[in-house]
Design a protein around this ligand. Structure first.
Ligand code: 3H9
Length: 688
């Protein structure tokens, strides 16, 4: 039988072999519509006496990206899901083989696990990334993978949610063959082999020497290792429960337990938040109204300045395989930069992420020069010099003269006006901001700042380059502080305001970090960034409208610049947490109380934890809404991504805009007439 349904192609190859090809672009998602076609195709093959082997494969350069994430917003209500397809495979007495060419993820990989044999091309990757969506694998993954590779390894793989390259998957015993040739051809080699269902075998723990108490011990350890349910670990604990069921229960009961846990997660708030983050991330490169243009090919780059930031940016280029020239006149800075580069690549080798040879090649793709005349052949330059307009304008004028006409000139400024910087050149259309976050080689966020003259090609090149550099790139308009830092000011100001009302900085930080789940509290962040930097910015012409924070000016006056000077809002002691752990300082609390008294600020020292969270998050959302309203940010989702990837906003709360919107919905439902930022407002704001 040869048939061509919309999403499932069925072809008989002779010798009893039928190939079912998943063809549902872009990622062959196994959504309701797809499963409504796949299920009868599997049932037809199962019922056909002429078929002895069914091979699943995928079109569009991949096996399948898993269930359709869009489907999770509506209950299945009797619609067919990948679980129904897998049950049909399980019922059938034919041999099933997965021929994987490209990614097999989530439900896609679970379909492969339901097969008797799995073959993949060497470039393929497999994985169960559901945890990143606040879910657990809900189509048998939690029951079959433990039976295949041992529960302990399976649990680690599912908790991380990372993709595993085919050769590594073969070593783990996940794949039966890895080939450089055609996957379906290779799969045919398994046609005559006997059935081998994972559901029929017992799951072993895969941990030696723990005796009778091995399972309870490993399970208890696993629960201890992941974040608490309230603080980002909601799905992780349920995943551990599901894997425990795989060890302790017969397959059918584990399969049922997995579904119950999956359904609980689909309806959970953290999962809704993480699914929002997933789609918001994929929206980022869509810039409304941007004419379609070919991006410039970036074969060679340059960075101006070998400070910590410049070096980090150079490493990012080198890691992406783009050779980079760093311009630096001070020998001492070059020496330090080289040390940082080699230290970082050695670390990658030590961690097993790079071979010695690759690390050496990449480290040596960063060269150092003193003269701009060496930049004649580069395609892009990123300037990372001191944050001062005259200094930057001087650099840009020199770059304009030294680089070829097509070269793009980018600034890593975190606050300055891109248009003013561009005005120092004769090519403002080829100027943009590329605002990396420190440490540049670690932080995922990149703000791409579009000046008023930035051309479509320059912006497109920035977006494509961002992907190549493996950054999460968010387009921002040219406003003081762009998206992230502008909101940071509003957030810090609100935190200081609460301190002035009598709540200690350490309590505010504790609530924001440990109760809400931020990576750091607002006062620790201020200390890390440097209070002198805040002070300098708030005194500058552009920063002034953001308002001055008198306590910060006072602390700077006293030489309390933050972590770098050992004192800021908190004290730091080299003997405690390597000098990075904030220690509450009663002196600062007294100083704040005095300033508040002098200014006649009403005291509310008994603010609840929830009030502290509400005020901080509302300050962020109000400021984010203003950025969307004025077109600086394209969408509320872009704001969320900036704060999740650049400032440690807990992803399970969806970002400041998503969180505010959902909190408002809750308050509205409770009859609050002034609930705050609502969903309707968000929709109206969006420029996309
Ligand atoms: C699951 O399987 C649950 C089961 O255990 C149980 C079920 C009962 N659904 O990322 P890209 C879209 S949960 C819907 O830019 P890439 C994406 O939005 C699922 N849409 O491409 C984008 O759309 P647009 C577990 C999806 O090449 C387009 O495809 N699976 C899905 O850089 C291209 O995406 C996962 O979590 C999906 N599952 O990366 C895998 N996947 O063009 C999630 C993608 O309109 N997906 N889209 O903006 C990924 O990790 C990456 O998308 C992938 C491709 C690696 C596949």
């Amino acid at each position: 039988m040869n048939s061509n349904n919309q999403r499932v192609k069925s072809e008989d190859l002779g010798d009893g072999i039928r190939v079912l090809t998943l063809d549902n672009p872009p990622v062959n998602a196994l959504g309701y519509a797809m499963c409504a076609e796949l299920l009868p195709a599997v049932e037809a093959a199962a019922a056909d006496p002429a078929v002895s082997t069914v091979i699943f494969t995928g079109a569009n350069g991949m096996f399948s990206g898993g269930a359709d994430v869009n489907d999770f917003s509506t209950p299945p209500d009797g619609k067919k899901t990948i679980r129904d397809v897998i049950e049909a495979v399980e019922r059938s007495d034919k041999t099933f083989v997965a021929a994987i060419d490209g990614n097999a993820l989530g439900g896609g990989f679970e379909l492969a696990l339901a097969c008797d044999y799995r073959v993949a091309t060497s470039k393929s990757r497999v994985g169960l990334p559901e945890i990143k969506l606040g879910l657990l694998p809900g189509a048998g993954g939690t029951q079959r993978l433990p039976r295949l590779i041992g529960a302990n390894d399976a649990l680690q793989m599912m908790l991380k949610g990372d993709m595993v390259k085919a050769p590594d998957a073969q070593k783990k015993g996940i794949l039966d063959a890895v080939v450089d040739a055609d996957a379906v051809e290779a799969a045919k080699g398994f046609a005559a082999k006997p059935k081998r269902r994972l559901s029929q075998i017992k799951a072993e723990l895969g941990v030696a020497n723990l005796g009778l108490f091995a399972t309870p011990f490993v399970v208890a350890q696993a629960h201890m290792m992941v974040p608490t349910e309230e603080n980002g670990g909601y799905a992780a604990h349920k995943l551990i429960d599901a894997v425990q069921a795989a060890i302790e229960l017969p397959f059918e009961r584990g399969w049922a337990r997995e579904l119950r846990l999956f359904m609980e997660l689909v309806q959970s708030k953290p999962s809704a938040a993480l699914r929002h983050v997933f789609f918001a991330e994929r929206e980022l490169s869509k810039v409304p109204g941007l004419p379609k243009t070919e991006p410039l090919e970036i074969k060679k780059a340059a960075v101006i300045g070998a400070g910590t930031m410049g070096t980090g940016i150079a490493i990012v280029f080198a890691e992406a395989g783009i050779p980079v020239t760093v311009i630096e006149t001070k020998d001492e800075a070059v020496e330090k930069s080289r040390e940082m580069v080699f230290g970082m690549f050695k670390y990658q080798v030590d961690k097993g992420r790079l071979t010695q040879e690759d690390a050496w090649k990449r480290a040596n793709s960063i060269s150092y020069e003193t003269d701009y005349a060496e930049l004649g052949d580069v395609d892009i330059v990123v300037e990372a010099v001191f944050e001062s307009m005259p200094v930057k304008q001087d650099v840009f004028a020199k770059l304009d003269a030294a680089t070829k006409p097509s070269c793009i000139l980018a600034s890593n400024t975190s606050t300055l006006d891109i248009d003013e910087i561009a005005s120092a050149t004769k090519r403002p259309e080829q100027v943009l901001g590329l605002h990396f976050f420190a440490p540049a080689n670690i932080m995922k966020l990149l703000e791409i700042v579009r000046g008023k003259a930035t051309s479509a090609q320059t912006l497109t090149t920035g977006i494509v380059l961002g992907k190549k550099l493996r950054k999460v790139a968010v387009v921002s308009g040219n406003a003081f502080g762009f998206i992230g830092n502008r909101m940071l000011f509003a957030y810090e100001a609100e935190a200081v305001q609460m301190a002035e009302e009598g709540v200690s900085p350490s309590r505010i930080d504790d609530v924001i970090k440990n109760k809400f789940g931020f990576a750091m509290g607002p006062f620790a962040v201020a200390d890390l960034s440097g209070l002198d930097v805040y002070n300098f910015i708030s005194q500058s012409e552009h920063g002034a409208p953001l308002g001055r924070i008198p306590i910060i000016a006072k602390l700077v006056e006293q030489g309390r610049l933050g972590q770098k000077s050992g004192k800021g809002f908190f004290k730091y002691d080299k003997a405690v947490g390597k000098g990075r752990q904030p220690i509450p300082d009663p002196e600062v609390e007294q100083l704040i109380a005095q300033l508040a008294k002098d200014a006649g600020i009403a005291q509310h020292p008994d603010l609840t934890d929830d009030e502290i969270i509400a005020r901080c998050t509302r300050a962020l959302a109000d400021s984010g809404a203003e950025l969307v309203r004025t077109g600086i940010a394209l969408r509320p989702g872009d704001v969320d991504i900036v704060w999740i990837y650049g400032y440690g906003f807990p992803p399970h709360h969806g970002g400041p805009m998503w969180y505010a919107e959902n909190e408002a919905a809750l308050r509205q439902a409770q009859g609050d007439k002034n609930p705050g930022f609502t969903k309707t407002e968000t929709k109206e704001l969006t420029h996309a």
